[in-house]
Design a protein around this ligand. Structure first.
Ligand SMILES: NC(=O)c1ccc[n+]([C@@H]2O[C@H](COP(=O)([O-])OP(=O)(O)OC[C@H]3O[C@@H](n4cnc5c(N)ncnc54)[C@H](O)[C@@H]3O)[C@@H](O)[C@H]2O)c1
Length: 330
């Protein structure tokens, strides 16, 4: 029997997940729900499933639901899905402040349902190569520099509005914070300088992260850079070693002086694969089957929210902020 999966939010990312899930023989797409009923209807038609008129109607038809709505709604809708006894895949960000993150993490951890968070970058082939090199001790990271720009805060139409995104760091840079902890472990403290250029919100950040291991990383993120490549990049240095990523297209590395450079090029793969969406969705269905636990947990989501809140506080107070001491909303 196939798992019946409903999609809440029939926009950009909801359609991406639907396209991937529709190809998995273990899944039947049950329904779309969207507050824009016409959009739900049109998307449901495209994927040959129902447009639910209410969330309850979607729950009746589904074993699990994907939460693909704007950032401010994630905690509330994910909680409703859990209350209905259904498994959850929630898009990032997990939550937009520590109080909300704590409530959702505790609610998830009390339940026996599958919960997975959409930190898709972990499953992008370039980042799997990087993480694999660290796991196999081929690379011992000693120093890190990273950047993640956005071209604009124009599309989708709500991304310019910090009241809806939670702040620029909760939009696209949230992925970098997840990768930082995924690759390098727990952060001990952050120091951040930030400025606002447009829309009256901080949109240009210079971030210094110090990890519990002693490793230090710098990260730049700017919201209005145009989409000139590469807008997303890691440079990880070991002893006479450099691993550098170019978007999610390529990774090049050299291990040693006067030796060759190896490049893995994934540019011919589909965007859904290159960005990690195909694998994250497959792993969610594996978790529904009980084959393996969901790979990105509520605790992971909480840790990223804590890190982002620490960055906002450091920028505001112009001070070094240790992790684990935060109680306020930015
Ligand atoms: N992991 C990724 O790479 C990735 C990529 C894009 C978006 N996202 C995240 O996915 C979420 C959706 O982004 P998007 O780009 O698809 O946005 P979008 O605007 O294209 O789609 C969102 C949809 O949700 C609907 N909606 C709004 N409030 C709703 C509610 N309360 N109940 C039901 N439907 C509601 C809207 O009508 C819209 O159709 C955001 O949180 C975003 O951060 C993640």
């Amino acid at each position: 029997m196939a798992f019946k999966i409903g999609i809440i939010g029939a926009g950009g990312i909801g359609s991406i997940h639907a396209a991937i899930l529709a190809k998995d023989p273990r899944v039947t797409l049950s329904a779309f729900f969207d507050t824009d009923a016409a959009r739900a209807q049109a998307t449901a038609l495209r994927f040959g499933c129902k447009a639910a008129r209410t969330l309850e109607e979607l729950f009746k038809e589904s074993d699990a639901a994907f939460v693909c709505t704007p950032n401010t709604t994630h905690e509330e809708i994910a909680t409703q899905v859990l209350e209905a006894g259904k498994h959850v895949f929630s898009e990032k960000p997990f939550a937009l402040n520590l109080e909300s993150a704590t409530r959702l993490r505790d609610r998830v951890n009390r339940s026996k349902l599958v919960f997975q968070l959409g930190h898709n970058r972990r499953f992008a082939p370039v980042y799997k190569v990087l993480r694999g090199a660290i796991d196999k001790n081929e690379l011992l990271p000693l120093s890190v520099h990273a950047k993640m720009n956005r071209g604009e805060l124009v599309n989708p139409p709500w991304v310019w509005n910090a009241k809806l995104t939670g702040g620029f760091l909760y939009e696209t840079p949230v992925h970098m914070f997840d990768l930082m902890t995924f690759f390098f472990g727990k952060v001990a403290w952050v120091e951040v300088a930030a400025r606002a250029h447009e829309h009256h919100e901080l949109d240009d950040f210079s971030i210094l992260l110090s990890f519990q291991s002693g490793l230090q990383a710098t990260m730049k993120t700017f919201a209005h850079a145009s989409w000139q490549f590469p807008f997303e990049r890691f440079e990880v240095y070991g002893k006479h070693a450099t691993y550098e990523t170019f978007e999610m297209e390529r990774i090049s590395f050299t291990n040693g002086l006067e030796t060759r450079t190896t490049t893995y090029d994934f540019s011919l793969a589909s965007m859904h694969e290159k960005w990690g969406y195909v694998e994250e969705d497959r792993l969610f269905v594996d978790a529904l089957e009980g084959k393996s636990p969901a790979p990105v947990t509520a605790d992971d989501g909480y840790n990223v929210v804590e890190l982002i809140e620490a960055c906002y506080r450091s920028a505001r107070e112009e001070a070094r902020v240790p992790l684990g001491t935060l109680v306020t909303k930015h």
